[in-house]
Design a protein around this ligand. Structure first.
Ligand SMILES: Cc1ncc(COP(=O)(O)O)c(C=O)c1O
Length: 527
């Protein structure tokens, strides 16, 4: 799977006579396998020597053996390293991560924007970081106040009626919104009748998955040649069996669904609901309110729009805003104020319409603190500016590459991400994957490739508002250089790329189908 030999340090230390045998093959330029400061790193098991220990403990006193036949027959096989070796191993591994703190991360549809350090400082304040969800509510009034404040911002920015903070991600938010729709249908006595959810081709893949998970059948709606949903096709697909539509706006092609109001009206006339996938809200926040466009439910990815980190070892947050049509069915807990202060309502008896709980506790406090910090530090005018800059940056990239790379829907303004297809690579012998891998040699994380599926050989670039003009200029220049190389047939630069990374092109199918997840001790070498 990997075409670079592993450095066997033990062998190098002991067997200096065998240097010939440890020299890397011709395509490697160094003895060690390292490339400048990109250090070749083995697994800790490969680096360790059993006789080494990072600590100096006294020998244990002899004891009578009470284990009998259960006594261990062979050493346990833990890697042995000194403390500095362990530290260096993990620091070197950490340096192998390409991160938003390393450089531009142009993954379309992911909104990899800068995570301000102020957010992190705030999330670590003991009053937020050290509290426990089972503490008496009277002792966490400040945290509840923060939840009320972020709810207020989300409702103001979206023009909606209610918000559920507990979903842990965008897709979880979709489930929340669709469960609220299901609950509304139960209240109307129409669950038997309304079993279908319309999903346009330009929707995010999680939308049909969510509709199916919540028990609906998906009916897809084709997009028009210009990449946006066809309102006539929506009308044709509508019927008494339709419960809702799930429309992503701006859509996964980076285009604003400009017929959104007509879609909403058509749905409401037919007695159905309008779920909007608002994961791309970062393109319109502060400029358009989904509530004004007829949306009934929408999730917001705090990790995209409001700069909280993606993943990072903990649950995220995908709050869902609901219109007045769906507000009565919002999940527990509800945040209310009574005479004694703020209170989380957890008992369904106090919220008769609710569809219940989505998970334990109340949501991901750390993400709320980070997102609210981002909102407050930007202010309303700053958020307006951020979405404007995100769109401006994407269009700057589109224009900077449009004469070399092809655009599936013509050279017209996009929203927060610029989408190219592989039409321009035809007859070059270079594929989208080759192009993306060659970007690694240039020191860039590739853009999203082969998504969205509605476009052949898609390359989706989302720079976000975080990037300066200087960064974008360099990025565009690097991509132009690659694009010109591909066009003039300089295939060597692409085939087999990345050439300069410590790991080369993987057999991705094999890596996905038969991943090697366990280290197996090599058999001892004979002789
Ligand atoms: C348009 C869209 N919808 C839904 C999701 C799912 O969000 P999450 O990954 O937080 O579950 C994403 C993820 O980026 C997205 O881009």
């Amino acid at each position: 799977m990997l075409d670079q030999p592993k450095l066997d340090q033990t062998k190098i230390e002991i067997d200096t006579s065998n240097i010939e045998g440890t020299i890397a093959p011709a395509d490697h330029t160094t003895f060690t396998g390292n490339r400048a400061l990109a250090i070749e790193e083995g697994l800790i098991f490969e680096l360790g020597r059993p006789e080494v220990s990072g600590v100096d403990l006294p020998d244990p006193k002899p004891v009578a053996n009470r284990l009998g036949t259960l006594e261990r027959k062979a050493p346990i096989g833990l890697p042995g390293l000194s403390e500095p070796e362990v530290l260096r191993h993990y620091v070197r591994l950490s340096q192998k991560n390409y991160a938003i703190d390393t450089g531009i991360f142009p993954l379309g549809s992911c909104t990899m924007k800068h995570n301000p350090r102020l957010n992190e400082r705030m999330a670590r304040l003991p009053g937020f970081g050290d509290i426990h969800p089972l503490q008496p509510q009277s002792t966490v009034q400040g945290a509840l106040e923060l939840m009320r404040e972020i709810s207020h911002w989300l409702l103001t920015l979206t023009g909606m009626q209610a918000v559920a903070l507990s979903p842990r991600a965008g897709a979880h938010g979709e489930a929340c919104g669709m469960m609220a729709i299901k609950q509304a249908l139960i209240a109307r006595g129409e669950t038997e009748q309304r079993t279908v959810v319309l999903v346009p081709d330009s929707a995010h893949g999680t939308n049909p998955a969510t509709a199916t998970l919540v028990g609906f059948t998906v009916r897809s709606v084709p997009a028009r040649a210009d990449g946006i949903v066809d309102v006539d096709a929506v009308r044709q697909a509508l019927g008494p069996d339709v419960a809702a539509i799930m429309l992503t706006n701006p859509n996964t092609c980076g285009l604003f669904e400009k017929n959104i109001v007509e879609v909403a009206e058509a749905m409401h006339e037919a007695g159905a609901y309008f779920y909007c996938d608002g994961a791309n809200f970062n393109a319109i926040v502060g400029r358009a309110r989904p509530g004004d466009l007829g949306v009934d439910a929408m999730h917001i990815n705090l990790h995209k729009t409001f700069s909280t980190p993606h993943g990072g070892g903990g649950p995220g947050a995908g709050p869902v805003v609901l219109s007045s049509r769906l507000a009565p069915y919002a999940p527990l807990p509800l945040l209310v104020e009574d005479g004694s202060g703020l209170k989380l309502v957890e008992d369904p008896a106090e919220a008769p319409g609710t569809f219940g709980r989505l998970g334990a506790f109340h949501g991901q406090m750390g993400m709320f603190v980070r997102a609210l910090t981002y909102m407050l530090s930007h202010g309303a005018d700053g958020l307006h500016q951020a979405s404007e800059d995100a769109v401006l940056n994407a269009n700057y990239i589109r224009v900077g590459l449009a004469d070399l790379m092809s655009l599936p829907f013509g050279n017209r303004p996009c929203m927060h991400e610029a989408l190219f297809d592989d039409g321009w690579l035809k007859n070059t012998g270079v594929t989208v994957l080759d192009f993306a891998k060659a970007m690694i040699d240039e020191g860039y994380h590739p853009m999203t490739v082969y998504f969205p599926l509605v476009v052949h050989g898609a390359m989706l670039i989302e720079p976000t508002e975080s990037e300066s003009k200087a960064t974008l200029d360099l990025f565009i220049a690097a991509l132009r250089d690659l694009a010109m190389a591909a066009r003039r047939g300089d295939k060597e630069r692409f085939l087999g790329a990345p050439h300069f990374a410590p790991r080369r092109r993987l057999d991705e199918t094999r890596a996905a189908r038969s991943p090697v997840l366990k280290w197996t001790k090599p058999a001892p070498v004979e002789g």
